[in-house]
Design a protein around this ligand. Structure first.
Ligand SMILES: Nc1ncnc2c1ncn2[C@@H]1O[C@H](COP(=O)(O)OP(=O)(O)OP(=O)(O)O)[C@@H](O)[C@H]1O
Ligand SMILES: [Mg+2]
Length: 290
């Protein structure tokens, strides 16, 4: 284990591992997820998962949505703002959702992020700029069913694991139907895991096919490598829209922690260690090590 901190470069250089299983999320700046992979590139050490460009692009949800839109992959209408005093959302329709543009694990996304009018919108954009010192991403709210999709592989050989559905049926009445910080970290705990998830999702064959196809297309469009998890929600027409791409998916090992990538892997018949080794093997193969 090598901690992804300032000493990492020297340790990696001295140890010169055959391959690194990268799970470093980083701390500082918008390139934080790319920093260790960039060091590994410099040292010519192979590593699992996506390269610095993909990791940095996907951390920036607005830039990701620009790429998706260019490739005509469905995603909700959006804009960004750094100034709550001069907000212009054009023809975007309420309700909207407001998120920090470069975060994950629901950081900065609370029930209040779901906004129904201009006043709530202004408050949220202000909250994001003042508390997180970053741009607010404002998106049209996708009201349909929510899914998250784990993928493993590369190029034409990408496998989609059983789809996870996140359902809001059992959600507390006072919380907006979003997988918010409250939902992820306060009401769903290891001692009291919430029954929000179904895997494999109970969906029609045709919806399954569309989600899988869009997930693979998204994976390759963003140049993801070895593994990733992609979040989806259906729009008013029932079309799966990409919410965001996680090229470095969370992999909390305890099933009670409701981590979606391992959940999908377990549903496909893998144990936790088999899941890790499968990603490692896929990566080693890509690097020509096996
Ligand atoms: N446009 C949208 N329409 C409807 N719901 C949305 C939208 N964007 C985000 N959400 C809700 O907010 C949740 C968190 O958003 P998002 O996935 O962007 O955040 P995150 O912090 O990057 O998540 P992760 O923990 O997967 O990294 C989603 O799972 C979904 O429930
Ligand atoms: Mg997400």
């Amino acid at each position: 284990m090598i901690e992804g901190n300032e000493d990492a470069y020297i340790k990696l250089k001295e140890n010169k591992p055959d391959i690194v299983f990268n799970v470093t999320e980083g701390i500082n700046g918008v390139s934080r997820e790319a920093q260790i992979p960039a060091m590994l590139d410099l040292l010519n050490i192979p590593y699992t998962g996506s390269d610095p460009l993909t990791l940095t692009t996907c951390l920036d949800k607005a830039r990701t949505k620009e790429v998706l839109s260019y490739h005509k992959i469905p995603n909700s209408k959006f804009t960004t703002s750094n100034n709550y005093k001069k907000l212009n959302v054009g023809d975007m329709r309420f309700p909207l959702i407001v998120k920090p543009v470069c975060e994950g694990s629901s950081k900065g996304i609370y029930s209040s992020s779901f906004v129904s009018n201009k006043e709530e919108l202004i408050n949220e954009v202000r909250r994001i700029s003042e508390n997180y010192n970053q741009t607010a991403l404002i998106e049209e709210f996708l009201p349909g069913r929510e899914f998250t999709v784990a993928l493993m592989g590369n190029n034409d050989n990408v496998e989609v694991l059983p789809i996870v559905e996140l359902s809001y049926d059992e959600f507390p009445d006072d919380l907006a139907h979003i997988y918010s910080y409250e939902a992820k970290w306060i009401i769903d705990t290891i001692d009291n895991p919430m029954p929000f998830f179904t895997c494999p999702a109970k969906i029609s064959k045709s919806l399954e096919q569309i989600i899988k196809r869009t997930a693979k297309q998204t994976f390759n469009t963003l140049n993801c490598k070895d593994w990733a998890r992609i979040d989806f929600r259906l729009d008013t027409d029932g079309i799966p829209n990409v919410i965001e791409i996680n090229p470095l998916p969370g992999i909390l090992p305890d099933p009670r922690e409701n981590s979606s990538f391992p959940k999908a892997a377990f549903a496909s018949g893998l144990t936790y260690n088999e899941m890790i080794n499968k990603v490692l093997f896929i990566s080693a193969k890509r690097h020509g090590l096996v």
